[in-house]
Design a binder for this molecule. Structure first.
Ligand SMILES: *Cc1c(COP(=O)(O)O)cnc(C)c1O
Length: 525
């Protein structure tokens, strides 16, 4: 164990020897600007507090025996120590503002700073959801205008703006389907069909809403098996959930045929629109028979996501589902915007299934998304899709000679390039490539998803990367892939230049340690 001025230090992983490449170990465990950082409990102590407060005077408690008797157990750090701890940790993050973020199925693109500036205007940033409607007409105008763009771009009838993420939007869409079925007296339809390649949120949403989920297989070329899907249709089907473009990075060409078949048996079509980035301005899901689709504003319309969230997942709805949309929503009456907050028969708003959130959704995201849309214009949005697809195809074609590309023969990809570890020597896998990329200074691509491909590596470069940036990334991935194919043993212990190397991810997921415990055994050493 390593002790230094800031306290207890965990041992670095045993890849150190290789990592240091003959350089001496440092006293601190730091490597120049790459600073080792222990847990806050390890550098602070639970015995002290960071502030001086006089002991509380003796009082008669009115807590009825519920008062605390033990120490609260917070790590005691002075302000500069706490600030430095979090600043050091923040430097260990990879971020879209540091470099290319090739996560597939996630659209991690640049968030233009203009959007931030607009969202921070006090008229948007400093308002409250309970303010009188007359005093927030500008904000309602933003929600309304964004809603019109979303409805127009998707060719749908209406949009529910309040869901706060893609998965929340899925739930909203499925609840609309449920309400529509119940209104028809067909609440007994209990099955939702989901393709094998679906994002995990799709089956989770359907199950959460009380449906039983059945898988639809994929064809060898990576698309939904339309024949198998049609064969399963019947009076127990509530609907299907299909991602288009799908998670293999391919356009589902049969979607219209599928929608017609699902509608013919009385079901509804949910489309997972997380990949709308690849088709915005080129394809209107409404034309393909879609009844509900969420749009991840934080993906397609470039609002921050991940640690920079929150997200926003408006759901566009067909005429069949629009009456069931959740409250509240904004309507324009002459020059005035009103907020419809209650179901009323006289306004024909009596079928809403209820609410998804307390208020109106993510105002900051709406402002950013509208700013992004207006600064691109309709032609610019179309180019977004074209460039996203072009970039992905460039990545695919530049790497298919060193990495297996299972669907490269299915025609051009959409916004994502899919590879696999097929052809790697014994003992080498996708994980080694991901870890090797970390040493090259890149966040790894999505790995082991979609599940339909063994050892999948899914790369989504997005339209905001230049050719130079793509070439740099392609060069790094080529080099790591070639090392894997050559059976380079140093790749098995990568990353060598990251603060932590190979964590036991299974253990971390299955048995997470969520609260710090005094390391009794270690302290006794
Ligand atoms: C991101 C994503 C989702 C979920 O969206 P969140 O905003 O993360 O909840 C669902 N489906 C697909 C295909 C996605 O890529």
């Amino acid at each position: 164990m390593n002790i230094n001025a800031s306290g207890w230090r965990p041992e670095r992983p045993d890849t150190d020897a290789a990592a240091l490449d003959g350089a001496p170990a440092t006293f601190t465990g730091n490597r120049a600007l790459m600073l080792e950082e222990a847990l806050i409990f390890e550098i602070g102590t639970t015995e002290t507090t960071g502030v001086d407060i006089e002991a509380a005077p003796a009082v008669t408690t009115r807590l009825g025996g519920l008062e605390r008797h033990a120490a609260i157990g917070l790590a005691g750090l002075a302000e500069p120590e706490a600030v430095r701890h979090y600043t050091r940790l923040s430097r260990q993050n990879y971020a879209i503002d540091l470099g290319l973020f090739p996560l597939g199925s996630c659209t991690m693109k640049h968030n233009p700073r203009l959007n931030e500036k607009m969202a921070r205007l006090p008229g948007f940033a400093d308002i409250h959801p309970l303010q009188p409607v007359d005093s927030v007409q500008g904000a309602l105008a933003v929600i309304h205008e964004l809603a019109e763009w979303l409805v127009t771009l998707t060719g749908m009838k209406a949009v529910a703006m309040s869901p706060k993420a893609g998965a929340h939007g899925e739930l909203c869409g499925i609840l609309c389907i449920k309400a529509a079925l119940e209104a028809r007296g067909e609440g007994h339809r209990k099955v939702i069909l989901v393709p094998e390649s679906a994002h995990g949120t799709n089956p989770a949403t359907a199950a959460f809403a009380g449906y039983s989920v059945e898988d639809i297989p994929a064809t060898p070329e990576g698309r939904v098996d339309t024949a198998a899907l049609k064969a399963r249709l019947g009076p127990d089907i509530a609907g299907v959930m299909i991602t288009n473009p799908n998670t293999c990075g391919l356009f589902e060409r049969d979607l219209k045929e599928i929608s017609d078949a699902v509608h013919a048996v009385g079901g509804y079509v949910y489309c997972d629109g997380a990949n709308f980035n690849a088709i915005v301005g080129r394809v209107r899901p409404g034309d393909l028979g879609v009844d509900a689709m969420h749009i991840n504003l934080h993906k397609t319309f470039s609002t921050p996501h991940g640690g920079g969230g929150p997200g926003s997942g408006p759901v566009v709805l067909s005429a069949a589902l629009a009456p069931f949309a959740p409250l509240p929503f904004v309507e324009k009456e002459g020059d005035h915007f009103v907020l419809v907050e209650e179901e009323t028969a006289q306004d024909h708003h009596d079928q809403s299934f209820g609410r998804m959130t307390a208020f109106h959704g993510q105002m900051g995201m709406f402002t950013r998304a509208l700013s992004y849309i207006l600064s691109h214009g309709a032609d610019g949005l179309r180019q977004v899709a074209e460039d996203a697809v072009l970039n992905a195809n460039y990545v695919l074609r530049r790497l298919e000679d060193v990495l297996d590309a299972p669907f490269a023969g299915s025609g051009p990809c959409m916004h994502e390039a899919l590879f696999s570890d097929d052809g790697f020597p014994e003992g080498f896998s996708t994980l080694d490539v991901a870890k090797g990329l970390i040493d090259e200074g890149f966040h790894p691509m999505t790995v082991y998803f979609p599940l339909v491909v063994h050892g999948a590596m899914l790369v989504e470069p997005t339209e905001t990367e230049s050719k130079a940036a793509l070439d740099q990334f392609i060069g790094a991935l080529r080099s790591v892939a070639l090392r894997a194919k050559a059976g380079d043993a140093t790749l098995k212990t990568a990353p060598h230049f990251a603060p932590r190397a190979r964590l036991d991810e299974t253990q971390a997921a299955r048995k997470p340690v969520l609260a710090w415990r005094e390391p009794v055994a270690l302290a006794a050493e």
